[in-house]
Write a new protein. Structure first.
Length: 100
């Protein structure tokens, strides 16, 4: 929520999550919403992957934006961490990095 101006955050705070989803679905460009979701998922995975080297802490120690992304795009913090770990393992594979 740190990216949303305070007056807008206060207005959004009065809406239920389902109402916000409906507003986004009805008024936003769906391709941009999906693209933003994919980018946020990747950013979250990269953040969690790097945090492994710093001693990944509990969910509550994450920045608010990362916590919100984990809740929105993953079933749990554990799943997000497992996916981040798999991403790191793929990066070790020279054939994955080199590509086809």
């Amino acid at each position: 929520m740190e990216e949303v101006p305070q007056p807008m955050a206060e207005l959004l705070g009065q809406l239920r999550p389902n109402e916000i989803r409906r507003l986004v679905r009805d008024s936003a460009d769906q391709a941009k919403v999906e693209g933003g979701g994919k980018q946020s998922t990747l950013n979250t995975l990269l953040f969690l992957a790097v945090e492994l080297f710093n001693g990944r802490g509990p969910f509550s120690s994450l920045p608010l934006s990362v916590q919100l992304n984990v809740r929105a795009f993953f079933t749990s913090y554990k799943e997000a961490c497992q996916r981040a770990d798999r991403l790191l393992l793929k990066l070790r594979d020279d054939t994955y990095i080199a590509g086809p």
